[in-house]
Design a protein around this ligand. Structure first.
Ligand code: APR
Length: 261
């Protein structure tokens, strides 16, 4: 265990050194970055897809076939969890890196809005945002917290059924989000890949674009992923909250020491 801690501390110092000198750092985040905010991941231990079949409840065809069923089994539970969630040390650390002029964009696969709540101003929501509902008929958007769950599925004032403004399986990533994500992945010097199993395309291809354009790719995850050892320069094995908090503290120490020279 001691060796692992030494390795983690050394890699935290290495990551801080890598990013302290850059102003073109971006992050790709997944469900793991919000686990410490009480939002379960999709895969692995305690994952949502361990309990319910995503093809039966998170596919657009399943929603259109039986919106009430998807609202009752998936969306109601997600709404309860997301409404209570607040940013954790990982979200706060990424916001701090933006304020230090180091991190400029976050590409997130999450729909919980926690990066914006923590203060990051440029967040590409690859899979949309659960904070909004959209009417299937007139397209009007309504904030999720404003809708009542007394009637399932909830309806728009026009009578149309409301759906989360998220990307279901079977749907396209909004083209403007995909294009901009590719662009910033191509242009960055460093990509932090935080809390994603890197199994779902095209999000998982962004680190490949970054790598192929010469960027350093740093993974933060308790587990290795298909990117580890091939696309990622290194994996800092552990929980995002502790690791990012320590990276930011080390970056601030380095920046202070440069100022004092
Ligand atoms: N800190 C960092 N990483 C963590 C933590 C933590 N505290 N806890 C878990 N993880 C890691 C897991 O090891 C795993 O690699 O987070 C990852 C979560 O993986 P998934 O649940 O597959 O989430 P994600 O990669 O975001 O899924 C991508 O799949 O189902 C779709 O639309 C959904 O956006 C989602 C996409």
């Amino acid at each position: 265990m001691k060796t692992e801690n030494i390795i983690m501390e050394d890699l935290i110092k290495k990551a801080a050194k890598d990013i302290a000198g850059s102003n073109k750092v971006i992050a790709l985040t997944g469900a793991g970055v919000s686990v410490e905010s009480g939002i379960p991941p999709f895969r692995g231990e305690g994952g949502l897809w361990e309990k319910i079949d995503p093809m039966e409840f998170a596919h657009i065809d399943a929603f259109l076939r039986d919106p009430a069923k998807v609202w009752n089994i998936l969306i109601r539970e997600m709404k309860d969890i997301v409404d209570k969630a607040r940013p954790n040390d990982a979200h706060k650390g990424l916001s701090k890196l933006e304020k230090l002029g180091i991190l400029n964009v976050i590409i997130t696969q999450n729909v919980d809005g926690l990066h914006q709540m923590a203060g990051n101003s440029d967040v590409i929501e690859f899979h949309g945002n659960f904070a909004w509902q959209k009417c299937l008929d007139c397209g009007k958007k309504i904030e999720t917290f404003k809708i009542s769950l007394n009637e399932i599925p909830p309806k728009c004032s026009c009578g149309g059924i409301l759906r989360p403004d998220c990307v279901f399986f079977g749907e396209m990533i909004p083209p403007e989000h995909l294009m901009r994500s590719r662009k910033v992945s191509y242009e960055c010097d460093i990509m932090l890949v935080i809390g994603t199993s890197a199994l779902v395309q095209p999000a998982a291809y962004m680190p490949v674009i970054a790598k192929e354009s010469g960027a350093i790719v740093i993974e933060i995850n308790p587990e290795s992923t298909p990117l580890t050892g091939s696309i990622s320069n290194y994996l800092i094995r552990g929980n995002a909250g502790k690791i990012i908090k320590e990276i930011v503290a080390e970056v601030e120490r380095l920046m202070q020491s440069i100022k004092n020279v």
